[in-house]
Design a protein around this ligand. Structure first.
Ligand SMILES: [Zn+2]
Ligand SMILES: [Zn+2]
Length: 188
């Protein structure tokens, strides 16, 4: 039996991050995988496997890592892992034609074939930084490209120019709270 040595450096833990790879968006906070506006249904185990692959950003995820993070000891077998990778390939592949997203690294594990992009998301500041008036995440507010945030009155008084960076102040897109649906607003 081979001594399993983890060769990958642990990627930084970003428990609530959203990632993009190929046509997919992986929202680890809401635990949803999107392909465009469509939700790709995944079991909890498939989701965990995908998160490990995506967080590794193209580096090899060892079998030992999958075994310790996804299953209890009893179910952590090569056969079970291979079967789940196959199911995950199906889930991704059905929507992405015959592109391969998961690469088998013989005897070691698996890695993602494409690089991933971390989507940081807009930090929704709760108040105007000039007059400290409250601005809710779905209320009217103005931001510069550095996310300096101002209420509508101040934005107007500032002539829609940020006093910190001299950049333009534009309307901040409202964030709908409580509806984690990418198809939000699309009528059927
Ligand atoms: Zn203000
Ligand atoms: Zn600014």
């Amino acid at each position: 039996m081979l001594q399993s040595v983890s060769e990958t450096v642990d990627p930084p833990r970003r428990p609530h991050a959203t990632y993009r790879f190929g046509p997919f968006i992986l929202d680890t906070r809401r635990r949803v995988l999107y392909c465009g506006a469509q939700i790709v249904p995944l079991s909890e185990n498939l989701f965990r496997i995908l998160v490990l692959l995506v967080r590794a950003d193209g580096d090899v995820v060892t079998k030992a890592t999958f075994f310790s993070e996804v299953w209890d000891e009893e179910h952590a077998t090569d056969a079970n892992l291979a079967q789940h990778i196959l199911m995950l390939r199906h889930a991704l592949g059905e929507r992405a034609r015959d592109r391969s997203y998961i690469v088998t690294v013989p005897r070691k594990g698996y890695r993602l074939a494409v690089s991933t992009e971390l989507k940081a998301g807009l930090r929704m500041k709760g108040s105007c930084e000039r007059c400290t008036a409250l601005v809710s995440s779905d209320g009217e507010a103005y931001i510069c490209s550095y996310e300096c945030t101002f209420c509508p009155t101040c934005a107007q008084q500032l002539d829609h120019t940020c006093p910190n960076c001299a950049g333009a102040l534009l309307v901040r897109p409202p964030r709908r709270t409580g509806t984690p649906n990418a198809t939000n607003g699309v009528s059927r």
